[in-house]
Design a protein around this ligand. Structure first.
Ligand code: NDP
Length: 420
């Protein structure tokens, strides 16, 4: 018996909620709350028509407003809050959970909506100098809640999507079952899907375009090495997808793995992009459309990247048109019983299979399923401990079992080709 409050009802949330409904032994009651409540109502209707036994209510909430969140949490009295809104809302939702002493779960680490806000900007510039990477997002804001969450006796589970999320669990699983010591981790995120549009993003366009247009970076020998955007390119022949170009990006799980596994000498993250995507992105960047700084247009302030988001297809609408597969996983090298070894743990997910099952494409699916799994493990107590943690800090086994059970089966290849 449990009550879950889900905040956000976009592409990822729709999968997470439907997967919670499939796991109705754990999730007996859910409140779906978002800015646009009609999306929550439509999903509630869909689940009702399917005969879901979960008792579902809906609500409107402004997740930028702690008071509004606290009011809803106090009214609904959930056992946990799953934040599948945007990273901009992480801290307000964490504050509300703290005030109400309720467990908190999310899929992406905090970044501010307004990167020109002076107080944030000053802290950011200091962090860039001290840590050596310039991404807008980092874990420091959420890790700062560690003591407050401990005192309140609540769990904060950060980043339980696929990457971050499953990729960190894959690393913890490799350490537990395959290695005495891990030396290198390459996280490879391949989307071999084709949606037929000249340009569209597979999850929230604003968050996605900010991420991929930023400098890349990797962790080596205890420090960050930063690269220009898309500076490091490799080719890789992905199982069940084929040969793809991939580029080194900064990614948040590198920060958590670097801290929690100090033995790892190098951690890199690569994502595949087609030439058309990169050409469009470069052009949009050159004309200023990726800017987060408001400009005046006919007397109104508009943020270029938010205007672009309004023009691009809604990622949640890509499901019916996307064909092909994703392959996301980790190539891990280390030592077992004094001998060097390498393994590749990965999942392959088919866009059309996801669409048939839940009406979503594979990017939302591969994020929403782990969001449900992390939440279930917190709610059932398997992953409950006071404080704020990433997914590599718990026993990986129950999570790995649930990936197999809920649609993201994984494979361990003990003789993979490595990335040069
Ligand atoms: P969407 O833009 O599709 O959905 C976001 C949802 O949040 C929408 O329903 C939106 O409401 C709602 N929302 C936004 N602002 C507020 C607010 N102030 N108050 C209440 N609700 C709000 O995003 P995605 O589903 O693509 O992404 C969701 C999250 O998943 C993001 O944090 C993203 O970074 C993360 N993610 C993580 C991945 C991983 O592997 N770890 C991979 C992909 C995504 P409205 O409908 O009104 O717009």
């Amino acid at each position: 018996m449990s009550k879950l409050l889900v905040i956000g009802c976009g592409g990822v949330a729709q999968v997470a909620i439907q997967k919670c409904a499939q796991n109705s032994k754990v999730f007996t009651e859910m409140c779906l709350a978002s800015r646009t409540v009609s999306k929550c109502d439509a999903l509630k209707e869909k689940l009702k028509k399917q005969g879901s036994p979960v008792k579902i209510t809906t609500a409107t909430v402004n997740a930028d407003d702690v008071k509004d969140l606290v009011k809803l949490i106090k009214e609904y009295q959930p056992d946990a809050v799953l934040n599948v809104a945007l990273p901009y809302q992480d801290l307000t939702i964490m504050d509300a959970c703290l005030e109400c002493k309720v467990d908190y779960i999310d899929t992406a680490n905090y970044e501010p909506e307004d990167t020109d806000e002076p107080v944030w900007r000053a802290a950011y510039e200091k962090r860039c100098k001290e840590k050596g990477f310039t991404a807008y997002f980092d874990y420091s804001y959420q890790w700062a809640y560690m003591d407050k969450f401990k005192e309140a006796g609540i769990t904060g589970l950060l980043g339980t999507g696929f990457d971050p999320g499953v990729t960190s669990v894959f690393t913890a699983y490799a350490k537990k079952h395959y290695f005495d010591e891990i030396h290198t981790v390459d996280i490879l995120d391949c989307n071999g899907g084709d949606h037929g549009y000249a340009f569209a993003t597979n999850f929230n366009p604003e968050i996605n375009l900010r991420e991929v247009s930023a400098n890349g970076s990797y962790w080596e020998d205890g420090h960050w090495v930063e690269t220009k955007p898309m500076e490091i390119k490799r080719e890789y022949d992905f199982p069940e997808v084929g040969m793809k170009d991939m580029y080194l990006l900064h990614h948040e799980e590198i920060e958590a793995l670097g801290r929690n596994f100090p033995e790892i000498k190098r951690i890199r993250f690569f994502m595949t992009f087609g030439q058309s995507y990169l050409d469009h992105m470069r052009c949009l960047e050159d004309v200023g459309m990726l800017s987060t700084t408001p400009i005046k247009f006919e007397g109104k302030d508009i943020v270029p990247i938010q205007f672009l988001k309004a023009l691009l297809p809604d990622p949640a609408s890509l499901g019916p048109r996307t064909v092909g597969k994703t392959n996301i996983g980790c190539i891990i090298r280390g030592i077992k019983d004094g001998k060097e070894k390498v393994i590749y743990i990965y999942n392959v997910c088919d866009h059309q299979e996801c669409y048939k099952e839940l009406g979503s494409q594979a990017i939302s699916y591969t994020t929403g399923v782990p969001a449900m799994i992390g939440t279930a493990l917190v709610i059932t107590g398997a992953w409950k401990k006071p404080g704020v943690f990433t997914t590599d800090e718990f026993d990986p086994d129950p999570y790995m079992d649930m990936l197999n059970e809920y649609g993201l089966p994984w494979v361990v290849d003990e003789n993979p080709v490595e990335v040069p």
